[in-house]
Design a binder for this molecule. Structure first.
Ligand code: BDR
Ligand code: CA
Length: 317
């Protein structure tokens, strides 16, 4: 099997944790490293959570790198639903694993420059604020040649905002970084709120995951129970939207998704609409699209795949 080389940039975060567990049980991916960023919670917490999740999966072979501990210019904004330490109050054993003694940005730069040289390009999967990616691009613009594409969870169009009235959390936290990434000329596939709000972890779906008899599935069922916003007015039923794992479901089963190309900009000057993603859907500006925007998913297909992958734990040695 040809495995897809990926790096995950992440800020666990409940849905980040589920995304990582999905990837670690999916041999289709060659996970080269996890680069961690400040986001849902401060860096020390996102880092610890990442290490704990790798240990929970029994995947202590995956290198984890600590990255930027604050947005480029703005004060940090934290996730509303992750709890104080990031996993909504679910407590995992303290990690024995240590992060690599290399900054995440240095790892990104080195790996992506090397990928550009060899032609074995890497898919960069971004699940949090884009600070690490932007700093790597500012440091070494040549890394673009080593990136197959960036697949990111972020932004919103009709579903405008979840952390402010106008903006989705990942883009809102570091809009300047997001703007650097969107203007870098790298192909972007984006999974905005319009898409991720279709994938609700309803009580019924969580129940199915809970029926999987292994400790990893139990942790996922626990944290997804906490993830429920009980926001029936907005989502039409119970259950929190499971944003980040969709990035990997898309890479595994792209036929489950549809979308369209657009030129997308990031608002980073207006305080009222800070972090809003603005798209030219109809070619009004004459600018070429810089992103494939995914807008529709077969959500049940995704939850079936998630259950199938979680049932693989414990992974064979
Ligand atoms: C995004 O924000 C974070 O809270 C989640 O982890 C996800 O990446 C959704 O807006
Ligand atoms: Ca995230």
């Amino acid at each position: 099997m040809t495995r897809l080389p990926i790096i995950i940039d992440t800020d666990p975060g409940i849905d980040d944790a589920v995304a990582i567990l999905l990837v670690l049980a999916s041999p289709e991916f060659d996970l080269l490293g996890l680069t961690v960023v400040s986001g849902n919670v401060p860096l020390e917490d996102t880092l610890r959570n990442t290490l704990q999740v790798c240990e929970l999966a029994g995947r202590t072979d995956v290198p984890v790198f600590a990255g930027c501990d604050r947005p480029l210019l703005r004060q940090p904004v934290r996730g509303l639903f992750s709890g104080r330490e990031g996993l909504g109050g679910v407590v995992l054993p303290p990690p024995r694993l240590a992060p690599q003694p290399v900054h995440a940005v240095d790892f990104l730069v080195k790996s992506l420059l090397e990928a550009g040289r060899t032609g074995e390009k890497i898919t960069l999967c971004a699940l949090g604020p884009l600070t690490n990616v932007a700093v790597a691009l500012a440091h070494s613009p040549g890394i673009a040649a080593g990136i197959e594409r960036i697949v990111l969870m972020g932004g919103g169009f009709r579903e405008l905002g979840n952390r402010s009235i106008a903006a989705e959390f990942n883009i809102l936290v570091d809009p300047h970084a997001a703007s650097i990434v969107y203007e870098a000329g790298i192909p972007i596939t984006m999974l905005p709120l319009d898409l991720t709000h279709q994938a609700l972890a309803t009580p019924k779906r969580v129940e199915r995951l809970r029926a999987i008899d292994n400790p990893v599935a139990q942790v996922v069922a626990d944290i997804l129970t906490i993830w429920d916003r009980k926001d029936i007015d907005r989502f039409g039923e119970l259950g929190g939207p499971l944003h980040d794992p969709l990035v990997f479901d898309y890479l595994l089963a792209p036929d489950r998704y549809s979308g369209r190309a657009a030129r997308v900009w990031i608002e980073h000057t207006s305080e009222l609409t800070m972090g809003q993603t603005v798209a030219d859907w109809w070619g009004k500006t004459g600018e070429k699209p810089n992103a494939e925007v995914l807008t529709k998913v077969d959500a049940q297909g995704f939850f079936d795949l998630l259950g199938e992958r979680l049932a693989r734990y414990p992974l064979p040695a």
